[in-house]
Design a binder for this molecule. Structure first.
Ligand SMILES: [Zn+2]
Length: 340
C-alpha cells in the first residue's frame, strides 16, 4: 500500500513539476511533497509501522523518490532562472556600438571672439600680444603712468583697493609699463584683458569689463601714425565705414591726448540709452605717449616717441551686436549667450 502511494506521489509530483509555469507553482510542489508537513515526510513516519523487510524496501523507494523529485525541482528552477535572465537581457539591452550623444557643444563668448579677432589683426601689423597681472601694484597702475597721487582715478569710489596697498587694475595700461620695462624700444604691443572699477552697475556701467590697450614706440612716431592704425582698426572691427570724431582729451599718460568717438551704431545718431542720448559713443582714448611715462620706464624721450590707445572690448561687443545692456554680457544667462 505504502509503496504504491509513494510511486503515485512521485509520478504526480513529477507531472506537476514538468507543467509548472512559475517559480511559485514549483515551490508549491516542493512544499506538498518534500516540506516538513509534506507527503514524503508523512510516508517516512508511516514506515515505522511496517514489518522490517517491507520497511527496507519502502525506505529505498522513498529515498529514490526524494532524490528524483529534488533533481527535477532543481532542473526546472534552472530553466526559470535562465528564462528570467534572458528576459532581462532582452529588455535591458544596450547597443554599445551606437555613437554616444556626447556633451552639448558650446562656443566662445562674444568678448573672447572679438579679442581674438583683434589679436590676429595686430599680430599681422607686427604687434606682440602681452599679458599682465589683474592684481597690480599702485606703482604700475598709477605712478608709472604719470597719474599723480591726487588724481580722482585713485579715489576709493573708482578703484578696488586691496589689503597691503595693491589694487585690482583699473585699466590694462600697467601692461604697457611692464612691456616697456621688460622689452624696451622699439616696441609694438597690445594688452587685452579684464579690468575692474568700483562703480555702481547700470545699463552702461559694469564693475568688471574688458579692454585692449595698444602701444607703439619707435623713432619719429606722430599723430599720423596713430590715425592710420586707428582707422585700420575700426574698419576691421566694424567691417564698414563708421563716422568718427576726434576731441582733445586729457589723460595723464599721453600728450597730446585725444578722445576718439564713433557715431552710435545702435541708434545711428538720434540718441539712445547706450550713447546717453548724445548720438556718440566714447570708444577710444588715445594720444602720443607722455615723455614722463617713457622716462619712468627707462626710455629716453629725446630718442624715442610713441602712441598709445585704449579700447573697450566690452563696449565694442555691444556696438557690434546691438546689445543695449552691459549687464547681459556677464550675467551668465545662457539664453542670452546662445544667440551668438
Ligand atoms: Zn545711441
Amino acid at each position: 500500500m505504502l509503496e504504491e502511494s509513494i510511486q503515485e506521489l512521485e509520478s504526480r509530483s513529477l507531472a506537476r513539476i514538468a507543467s509548472a509555469a512559475t517559480a511559485e507553482e514549483l515551490e508549491a510542489v516542493r512544499v506538498d511533497a518534500l516540506g516538513r508537513k509534506g507527503a514524503l515526510t508523512q510516508f517516512s513516519k508511516d514506515m515505522g509501522k511496517l514489518a522490517p523487510e517491507d520497511r527496507k524496501r519502502a525506505g529505498m523507494l522513498l529515498n529514490g523518490a526524494k532524490q528524483r523529485l529534488e533533481a527535477a525541482l532543481e532542473g526546472k528552477k534552472s530553466e526559470f532562472d535562465a528564462a528570467a535572465l534572458a528576459a532581462r537581457l532582452d529588455t535591458e539591452w544596450v547597443d554599445l556600438t551606437l555613437p554616444a550623444p556626447g556633451p552639448r557643444r558650446g562656443h566662445l563668448h562674444p568678448i573672447t571672439r572679438i579679442q581674438r579677432e583683434l589679436e590676429q589683426l595686430f599680430v599681422s601689423l607686427g604687434f606682440a600680444v602681452l599679458d599682465g597681472p589683474e592684481v597690480e601694484t599702485e606703482y604700475h597702475n598709477f605712478d608709472a603712468l604719470n597719474i599723480p597721487p591726487d588724481h580722482p582715478a585713485r579715489d576709493m569710489q573708482d578703484t578696488f583697493w586691496l589689503e597691503g596697498g595693491n589694487l585690482l587694475r583699473t585699466h590694462t595700461s600697467p601692461v604697457q609699463v611692464r612691456g616697456m620695462e621688460r622689452l624696451g624700444p622699439p616696441l609694438r604691443m597690445i594688452a587685452p584683458g579684464r579690468v575692474f572699477r568700483n562703480e555702481s552697475v547700470d545699463a552702461s556701467h559694469e564693475h568688471t569689463f574688458y579692454q585692449l590697450e595698444g602701444m607703439m614706440i619707435d623713432r619719429d612716431v606722430s599723430v599720423a601714425h596713430l590715425l592710420y592704425f586707428m582707422k585700420t582698426l575700426l574698419t576691421a572691427i566694424f567691417k564698414r565705414e563708421v563716422t568718427v570724431r576726434l576731441r582733445p582729451g586729457y589723460f595723464p599718460f599721453v600728450e597730446p591726448g585725444f578722445e576718439l568717438d564713433i557715431q552710435c551704431l545702435i541708434c545711428g545718431g538720434p540718441g539712445c540709452a547706450v550713447c546717453k542720448q548724445s548720438g556718440w559713443v566714447e570708444l577710444l582714448p588715445c594720444g602720443l605717449v607722455n615723455p614722463n611715462v617713457l622716462r619712468m620706464s627707462g626710455i629716453d624721450p629725446e630718442k624715442w616717441g610713441g602712441f598709445a590707445f585704449g579700447l573697450g572690448l566690452t563696449r565694442l561687443v555691444m556696438m557690434r551686436y546691438g546689445i543695449d545692456d552691459i549687464r547681459q554680457l556677464q550675467g551668465g544667462d545662457i539664453r542670452f549667450l546662445e544667440q551668438f
